[in-house]
Design a protein around this ligand. Sequence first.
Ligand SMILES: CC(C)(COP(=O)(O)OP(=O)(O)OC[C@H]1O[C@@H](n2cnc3c(N)ncnc32)[C@H](O)[C@@H]1OP(=O)(O)O)[C@@H](O)C(=O)NCCC(=O)NCCS
Length: 198
Amino acid sequence: MSISTHIKISLAEKPTLTGELVLLRPVEAADVPGLVELVSDPEVGRLTGSHASFNIEALEQWYATRADHDDRLDLAIVERATGGYVGEVVLNEFDVDNLSCSLRIALVGTRAFGRGFGSEAIRLILGHAFETVGLHRVSLEVYDFNPRARHVYEKIGFVHEGTRRQALRWEDAWVDAHDMAILAHEWAKHQGHPDRCG
Ligand SMILES: CC(C)(COP(=O)(O)OP(=O)(O)OC[C@H]1O[C@@H](n2cnc3c(N)ncnc32)[C@H](O)[C@@H]1OP(=O)(O)O)[C@@H](O)C(=O)NCCC(=O)NCCS
């Protein structure tokens, strides 16, 4: 047994991160109408493989209590032009010993897709994760029927690490899930790349 001298990091800080198109800020109970739109959208449900149903009280309780947790970071994606909630981006499954966590993101629905919000939101939260928190690895999964999300992750620097075959059953069809991750040095290298988009 060794005594570790490492300083323990956490996700206790709940920052506001400002980009050109969106800003990220801690979720709050007032965002629940937007969250209801998100979880009610059939296409978002399919692309995220979400089988679960919801009730409004549970969603209100969920968003009202996210700031109490130092092992996850739940940020609302707010469109700067309108001030409106357009989705959420989350760091969860925090592993303090291995300096890693998972990332998930969803916009409210097709009205928000393809406008650059997702790419910018992911870059903002990764900047915080690697450069402020000091994480080493951020991972995610993306289903095979979601080429837009996979394109965005690859563009940002996530690397495909493997495929879990037929991990999702969606409307009687089996769907593969791809594991992807980005490491701190890959993020730093990507940030310095002259051809970086956005
Ligand atoms: C995935 C998601 C976060 C991406 O955010 P977004 O704001 O829609 O994406 P952006 O506008 O930033 O970028 C879209 C990119 O995908 C590309 N794209 C669009 N459709 C595509 C397709 N079918 N195949 C490949 N690339 C596609 C666009 O050309 C664009 O690429 P570019 O930036 O190189 O020009 C968002 O679409 C979303 O919330 N989807 C529903 C939930 C979801 O899928 N969550 C992720 C689960 S893993």
